[in-house]
Design a protein around this ligand. Structure first.
Ligand SMILES: [Zn+2]
Length: 89
């Protein structure tokens, strides 16, 4: 078992995934889905796919983590979705 990651760990992971892997998400691993928002001293990485969100407030040296959803069956769901849409028509 690895020790649980702190919000600070997650922020650094998110930062690295974002810059090194085409706006990838540190939580669910997918690329082109993370949005970086800057609000004053606050930097927030937010994933549109799994709702993972991590904020660093440089002014208060404070990290805040919102865990993402568990997306381990998502590829199945995504494959099924177009079929479900077709059946509805
Ligand atoms: Zn994600």
């Amino acid at each position: 078992m690895q020790p649980p990651r702190t919000p600070a760990d997650w922020f650094h992971l998110a930062e690295r995934a974002y810059s090194e892997r085409h706006q990838a998400c540190a939580w669910c691993g997918g690329a082109y889905r993370v949005h970086l928002a800057r609000q004053g001293a606050k930097h927030t990485f937010r994933c549109q796919q799994c709702d993972f969100q991590v904020t660093f407030d440089a002014q208060n040296d404070d990290y805040h983590l919102v865990p993402g959803e568990d997306l381990s069956g998502v590829s199945e769901t995504m494959l099924e979705k177009p079929i479900a849409d077709l059946l509805r028509k």
